[in-house]
Design a binder for this molecule. Structure first.
Ligand code: MN
Length: 228
């Protein structure tokens, strides 16, 4: 293609057990998908209407990266989440059809400028500046679903500087993966290359410069990094 400027690179993630990479198209996120986390945020869970937002694909940073403390905040929060990677797409899918889109799994942090999010909520503004900033989506290498044992007992957890901050099991999710993807597919046509952050358990808290984080989807994927 004869572009007038250099074309932006395609963001991607490594694949566990392969030298090939997973190219990222879009990043979708569900909010308030663990009841205890919704409660700690002073919100209620609407089981009939999952709440979604997006991050730009180039906000994804890989395992082992230094994550710069972002601009324009004094309250950067961690939210550890299972990340689902799609190998196929579709729209207006049933949960059964949507389940078949899953290509693999990882673990990520939905980094949040909590002070800007509180301002947005108070003013009825969109969440983009709170959620979709540069480097706001550290994600592990992805494990193919064919090689991953993921069920309701699978543990999701985050330690910061060796201290456990968040822990939950996937069974605590209000909307499970097939229902998240089915609901998303009524709003957007999903495609191969999409990543979906599936919500965070309770225990979200602030990160400071120098903090080292270790996120795990136990037995499936691990993510290390440092705030600088
Ligand atoms: Mn989140």
């Amino acid at each position: 293609m004869n572009y007038i400027i250099d074309a932006p690179a395609t963001p991607s993630l490594p694949v566990i057990g392969s030298d090939r990479r997973f190219p990222i198209r879009r990043v979708f996120c569900i909010g308030r998908n663990y009841a205890e986390h919704a409660r700690e945020m002073g919100a209620t869970v609407d089981k009939s209407a999952p709440m979604f937002f997006c991050k730009p694909a180039d906000a994804v940073v890989g395992d082992g990266a230094d994550v710069p403390y972002p601009q324009a905040t004094a309250d950067l929060h961690h939210e550890v989440e299972m990340v689902v990677a799609l190998g196929a797409g579709g729209r207006d899918l049933s949960p059964e059809q949507a389940a078949a889109l899953v290509w693999g799994y990882g673990v990520g942090l939905d980094l949040t400028r909590r002070d800007l999010q509180a301002q947005a909520k108070a003013k009825g503004h969109p969440w983009d500046v709170a959620k979709g900033f540069d480097h706001s989506a550290p994600v592990s290498a992805l494990r193919p679903a064919s090689a991953a044992a993921v069920d309701a007992q699978t543990v999701l957890r985050l330690s910061v500087n060796g201290e456990l901050r968040q822990q939950g099991t996937l069974g605590e999710m209000v909307h499970d993966v097939p229902h998240i993807l089915a609901a998303l597919s009524t709003l957007f046509e999903l495609k191969a290359g999409d990543l979906v952050f599936t919500g965070t358990p309770a225990g979200v808290a602030a990160l400071q410069r120098g903090d080292r984080f270790h996120a795990e989807l136990v037995g499936v994927a691990e993510l290390h990094g440092r705030i600088v």
